[in-house]
Design a protein around this ligand. Structure first.
Ligand code: ADP
Ligand code: ADP
Length: 225
């Protein structure tokens, strides 16, 4: 079965229904993308999966286990890692120290995980000893992703990972994310940039008004969108 799954998720802000019965599978080895217009419910779904928003109905399953009531930090410990759309690195820590924090918050420890994450995201050189404050956006984005990956996650939830990146950086990022998926990690990407999704995702789910309204391979789904 899928690593992470949503079953009939319903979420509300007061009386407003933001998720209206969402079913989603996030399988190992695949990049799964969620796209859709502003207000469709993408962020709400993301927060329900990450554990930062409690759905009013439905379930979130990790390897078949019901984690709906587990808070975010407990999910991280079990292997649900996430990135932040607004970059959330610790500015006074170095690149390597930021990545180490991710390893400490994640699944119990493979001591090589920090070095592997630094190398994978191109951060193993002198940049590793620099404080995060003042680094360019593209580098900070890689620090953030390396931090999430250093926890040896089963599933990586990425909120608009291409935000603020130039075309070359987006291409490089897509290559790294494909490699993570090929290595067996389940990836879920919530993304506005349809060009990134087209080159990255194995399967695309289109959301509108709190529901998934279309699903399929990117060439089929994005041409209709
Ligand atoms: P997306 O990420 O696709 O832009 P969101 O999940 O952010 O969509 O929002 C879905 C709907 O829920 C939107 O109509 C939005 O205005 C509403 N919404 C989101 N967050 C809140 C909130 N904290 N309080 C009230 N309404 C919210
Ligand atoms: P995102 O781009 O991740 O969807 P937004 O810019 O839509 O984020 O929302 C930023 C913050 O504002 C979030 O915490 C969201 O919950 C909140 N928010 C979004 N829409 C509304 C709304 N209609 N009423 C109240 N809060 C909202």
């Amino acid at each position: 079965g899928p690593v992470l799954a949503a079953r009939r998720l319903r979420a509300r802000y007061g009386g407003f229904v933001a998720l209206d019965g969402v079913d989603l599978d996030v399988p190992a080895g695949w990049v799964t993308a969620v796209v859709g217009p502003n207000g469709a419910g993408k962020s709400t779904l993301f927060h329900c999966l990450a554990g930062t928003l409690r759905p009013v109905r439905g379930r979130v399953l990790l390897d078949g286990r019901d984690i709906t009531r587990l808070p975010a930090h407990a999910r991280t410990r079990l292997g649900v890692a996430r990135s932040f759309q607004e970059l959330a690195v610790f500015p006074s820590l170095t690149v390597a120290e930021n990545v180490r924090v991710g390893a400490e918050q994640g699944r119990v420890g493979d001591p090589g995980a920090v070095e592997r994450a630094l190398a994978l995201f191109g951060l193993a050189g002198p940049v590793r000893e620099l404080p995060a404050a003042g680094l360019p956006t593209g580098t900070l984005r890689r620090v953030e992703l390396a931090r999430a990956y250093a926890g040896d996650p089963r599933v990586l939830l990425l909120d608009e990972p291409a935000a603020g990146l130039d075309t070359a950086e987006v291409t490089a990022l897509a290559r790294i994310l494909r490699a993570l998926a090929a290595d067996g990690t389940a990836l879920l990407v919530v993304e506005h940039d349809l060009d990134l999704v087209a080159g990255l995702a194995d399967v695309v789910h289109v959301m509108a008004a709190g529901r998934i309204v279309a699903s399929g391979p990117p060439d089929r789904v994005l041409e209709a969108a």
